[in-house]
Design a protein. Structure first.
Length: 254
């Protein structure tokens, strides 16, 4: 028995084929107007469903990662700050370091795109199907302390240790709370040679012991991060200062 378009849409919804539902009428019109034959029309409907499922999956992975904005390497104005390690950053975009289980340290002056690059690499990893966890350093430490407090530490630690890529952004903007240095070291050392980690920081290594609150743990922590890692130093002009100057200039023109 032939179905009407409405009945067919209802049946497709029941089969959870919402990608097909969204384009069914358009594809039917294309077939009816001989823009494509029946087999082509069915093929495009199947592709529409696959595209929707891929988009849904990517959005789910994006939300699960903790990223709150989509950053891209192509959006960086490399000419503004020629001191940036452009070649190394673009090479990291191939994401070979994730499969090689290598770590990345992006260290240097504020406003020089360290966070932008870390977020762009995390987004690329999400889009390529890797399990990614992105955390601002304050949220990273806060999440650990909260998990300890509510008795959810084992599950929380498994998520952090098991992610294909862990990004800890803006580490050491301030001194870590008592005991947090040990938790940080535990996560990073447990990931060593098993999964890739990216850390960004404005603070030089000489300050890390004071900010960790534990001199003893710094040497083994850095040893593991740098053993199979990439250390990229960021210097030069700040994008945030440029953007602030541009905003001020626009206000003066009003």
């Amino acid at each position: 028995m032939a179905m009407t378009l409405t009945e067919l849409e209802k049946a497709l919804k029941g089969l959870l084929l919402s990608g097909m539902v969204a384009t069914l009428e358009a594809r039917a019109l294309q077939v009816a107007s001989h823009e494509m034959d029946f087999i082509e029309g069915v093929g495009w409907l199947v592709q529409d469903e696959l595209d929707r499922r891929r988009s849904t999956l990517l959005n789910r992975r994006y939300r699960a990662s903790g990223l709150t904005e989509r950053k891209y390497l192509k959006d960086i104005d490399w000419s503004y700050n020629p001191k940036l390690p452009k070649r190394e950053c673009l090479e990291l975009g191939a994401l070979k370091f994730i499969d090689a289980k290598e770590d990345i340290l992006l260290v240097g002056q504020p406003g020089t795109a360290k966070s932008h690059i870390a977020k762009a690499l995390a987004l690329l990893a999400v889009e390529r199907g890797y399990r990614v966890v992105y955390r601002d350093a304050n949220d990273f430490i806060g999440g650990i302390l909260e998990a300890r407090e509510i008795g959810n530490w084992k599950k929380h630690r498994t998520e952090l240790v098991g992610a294909d890529l862990l990004v800890i952004d803006d580490l050491f903007l301030r001194r870590l709370p008592q005991g947090a240095g040990d938790e940080l070291a535990d996560i990073i050392m447990s990931r060593y040679e098993h999964h890739a980690t990216i850390i960004t920081s404005n603070r030089p290594f000489d300050d890390w012991a004071k900010l960790l609150g534990d001199v003893v743990v710094v040497a083994p922590l850095l040893d593991r991060l740098l053993h199979h890692g990439h250390l990229l130093k960021f210097e030069g002009k700040s994008w945030r200062l440029r953007e602030a100057a541009a905003r001020a200039a626009r206000k003066d023109c009003v």
